[in-house]
Write a protein that binds this ligand. Structure first.
Ligand code: SF4
Length: 335
């Protein structure tokens, strides 16, 4: 894929968190790319590093988080090197993010109108919009996310709205700045199953209508499959597989992807999966070699020593697993 056809490119990204006593080695050389208009899924268990990756893109990691290596290119702008002004402009006008928890994303002591107008003031800084113009834009955004009685919602406090309504407000706020790319981080957490499907459908329609690119993080694997064209699978701070969405589900290659899909909760199921045996890695002391080796049913000696690289296994599929590496490549890696 040429640079020109890439909207966002993350290259070999390393992120660590530091606490008083420990260093947590979370992202471990992550690379992803997104073309204009492309919808990409990011799946994996909780704690795999998905939120850290999305927050790194917008440079909104908490103070303990540090990007220690890598590149994040938005078109041809390196977001790790650009001026603060350029970064703010991208956050205001180009890339929007839907956060996991709508209650945490909304301030309980201000009305939706006050909060939306505040955000719109920031987005339209320098324009001639009056407060009433911004209120009209806010109202339009609430209509766009199909909220019934948007005037009432605009004048409400968050606690006066249901979980699904609050999440629609959060989506409206993200849309205000997402003119090119939407980062949707578990947009249906804490919502009941029927509302989850409605919210994901709404996001899918809005992304289509506005011709946005999207990175969707969700545990609703069936929805990720239907809403995206390509999926990255993350485990322990690494991308372990990348494939077109339908191929990934029909024929998962990486042992972790196989277990993740096998154990996904299904609405129609004779028996629910029991989850993948073992625990995700402790980021203070991540396992050497393949971070999945303590849980992998196929682990070999090499897996405990050498980190598998993400290699192309055919035209559109990539996997990071020694089972797929050529024998001579394994030898080369062992040297
Ligand atoms: Fe399993 Fe080894 Fe492949 Fe890791 S590299 S997934 S431990 S077979």
């Amino acid at each position: 894929m040429s640079e020109a056809s890439t909207l966002l490119k993350v290259e070999d990204l390393y992120v660590k968190y530091r606490s008083y006593w420990y260093t947590y080695h979370v992202l471990d050389g992550v690379s992803i790319r997104i073309k204009p208009g492309e919808k990409v899924g990011l799946i994996g268990e909780s704690g795999a590093g998905k939120t850290t990756l999305l927050k790194s893109i917008l440079r909104i990691l908490p103070p303990q988080g540090r990007i220690t290596k890598g590149k994040i290119l938005y078109k041809d702008i390196n977001l790790l090197r650009c001026s603060k002004g350029t970064l703010l402009e991208i956050r205001r006008k180009k890339v929007g993010m839907i956060f996991q928890d709508p209650l945490a994303a909304l301030n309980p002591v201000f009305t939706i109108k006050e909060q939306m107008v505040d955000i719109l003031k920031y987005i339209y800084k320098g324009s001639n919009y009056k407060k009433s113009d911004l209120e009209n834009i806010a109202l339009e955004l609430l209509r766009e996310v199909m909220l019934p009685d948007p005037e009432r919602v605009l004048n409400s406090y968050p606690f006066q709205l249901s979980g699904g309504m609050r999440q629609r407000v959060v989506i409206a706020m993200a849309l205000a700045s997402a003119q090119e790319l939407l980062l949707a981080d578990e947009p249906t957490t804490n919502l009941d199953v029927t509302i989850q499907a409605q919210i994901l459908k709404l996001i899918s329609n809005l992304v289509e209508k506005r011709r946005l690119s999207m990175v969707l993080v969700s545990h609703a694997l069936g929805m990720v499959r239907s809403m995206t064209k390509r999926i990255y699978v993350m485990y322990g701070g690494n991308i372990v597989e990348e494939a077109p969405s339908s191929k990934l589900f029909n024929e998962p290659l990486h042992p972790y992807t196989q277990l993740l899909i096998e154990n996904a909760p299904k609405i129609i199921a004779t028996k629910l999966g029991e989850g993948i045996k073992g625990n995700p890695p402790d980021y203070r002391y991540p396992p050497p070699g393949c971070r999945f080796h303590p849980r992998c049913p196929y682990a070999m000696d090499i897996c405990k020593k050498v980190k598998p690289l993400l290699i192309k296994v055919n035209n559109d599929r990539y996997v990071a697993c020694h089972l797929y590496a050529e024998k001579d490549m394994i030898k080369k890696l062992e040297v």
